[in-house]
Design a protein around this ligand. Structure first.
Ligand code: DAH
Length: 333
């Protein structure tokens, strides 16, 4: 066979293989064809190794055609095995094989710790009456900034602080975008959470990454107070950590979309670690989406899921989550 791959060579491999399968008298003959064509050193593998004579456009077509040949030969082998009444095993050729030896088990995967904790967070908030909402990872400036009372000259909108795709389009830098999307479309009362990915060109260190997950929360109703916000966060962290005595601190802060605002800190490893931000929804935000701030109030929060996962499992460094090291990943269930 000419080893310099051409489409007619592929046709020849297919025709010869199908004819040999047709003519095979027993399982051993079928096995022979299988090894000759589909085996590690078989004609199909060989021809794919030598695509020098093909143009860049032809190569993917050639690969696709080779796949079709492979599938056809496999199907013909399967069909012939049925006809000859034999299973595809090497025991026919090698009757000495010990069939009682344990088989090769595929390795079992495990869920990523961020997924596990995210699911746990959703479950707890669901038990508190929250529904899950969703929004796109590619956002416009209205939902990422303007609708959240973040003025045009705010530092958070700086191109150096964000992954902009086009003028008015960026990878969302916060899940607070979903607050705006939900309020635009649904009248109060509202009680939602929105877990998802966010993106920022931050320098990577033990607690920062260019991509991470947040879980946003939003409640809008008549008579909602800061007390509701605090009790919701306290209940959530007590349930998550299964520890009535864990220490949570709401530290006065500023976010354009809440007033008053606070950072959510958890006592962890002998110090306070920031878990996210929270506050009472700023009346400007309610007005921007057409909700009457004289009638309704609300609270909101955004928690970093990686941070919460670190606190849950005592993981010292956020970089473990994206290194893809099985020794780390297989520890969680
Ligand atoms: N979006 C903020 C951030 O990424 C976190 C945040 C603060 C969310 C206050 C909120 C909030 O919902 O009320 O830094």
């Amino acid at each position: 066979m000419n080893q310099n791959g051409s489409f007619s060579d592929l046709d020849a491999i297919e025709n010869e293989a199908l004819a040999a399968i047709e003519a095979a008298a027993d399982a051993a003959a079928l096995d022979h064809v299988r090894i000759q064509v589909l085996g590690k050193k078989g004609s199909l593998k060989q021809i794919l190794r030598n695509l020098g004579g093909l143009t860049a456009e032809e190569r993917p077509l050639f690969g696709a055609r080779a796949n079709v040949v492979k599938e056809k030969v496999q199907a013909a082998l399967e069909e012939a095995r049925g006809r000859l009444g034999s299973a595809p095993s090497s025991s026919a050729k090698n009757p000495g094989a010990d069939l009682t030896l344990p088989g090769k088990m595929p390795e079992r995967g495990s869920r990523h710790p961020v997924r596990l904790v995210s699911a746990r967070m959703i479950k707890i908030f669901a038990s508190l009456g929250f529904e899950v909402a969703d929004g796109p990872e590619v956002e416009d400036e209205w939902h990422n900034f303007t609708g959240l009372n973040i003025p045009a000259d705010h530092i958070a909108r700086d191109p150096a602080e964000n992954f902009y795709l086009e003028d008015d389009l960026l990878m969302r830098s916060q899940t607070s975008t979903v607050q705006v999307r939900v309020m635009e479309n649904t009248p109060p009362p509202l009680r939602i959470i929105a877990p998802g990915k966010v993106f920022r060109p931050d320098t990577v260190d033990a607690t920062h990454s260019y991509m991470f997950h947040q879980l946003e929360g939003l409640v809008v109703d008549e008579g909602v107070t800061f007390g509701h916000l605090k009790s919701t966060l306290l209940t959530f962290f007590q349930q998550l950590l299964q520890d009535e005595n864990m220490k949570l601190r709401l530290r006065p802060s500023f976010f354009p979309f809440t007033e008053p605002s606070a950072e959510v800190d958890l006592f962890w490893r002998g110090g306070w670690m920031e878990m996210g931000g929270c506050g009472m929804v700023d009346p400007n935000v309610l007005e921007a989406v057409g909700i009457d701030p004289e009638k309704y109030t609300g609270f909101a929060f955004g928690l970093g899921i990686e941070r919460v996962t670190m606190a849950s499992y005592n993981i010292p460094d956020i970089r473990y989550f994206t290194e893809n090291d099985v020794r780390f990943l297989s520890q969680f269930s």
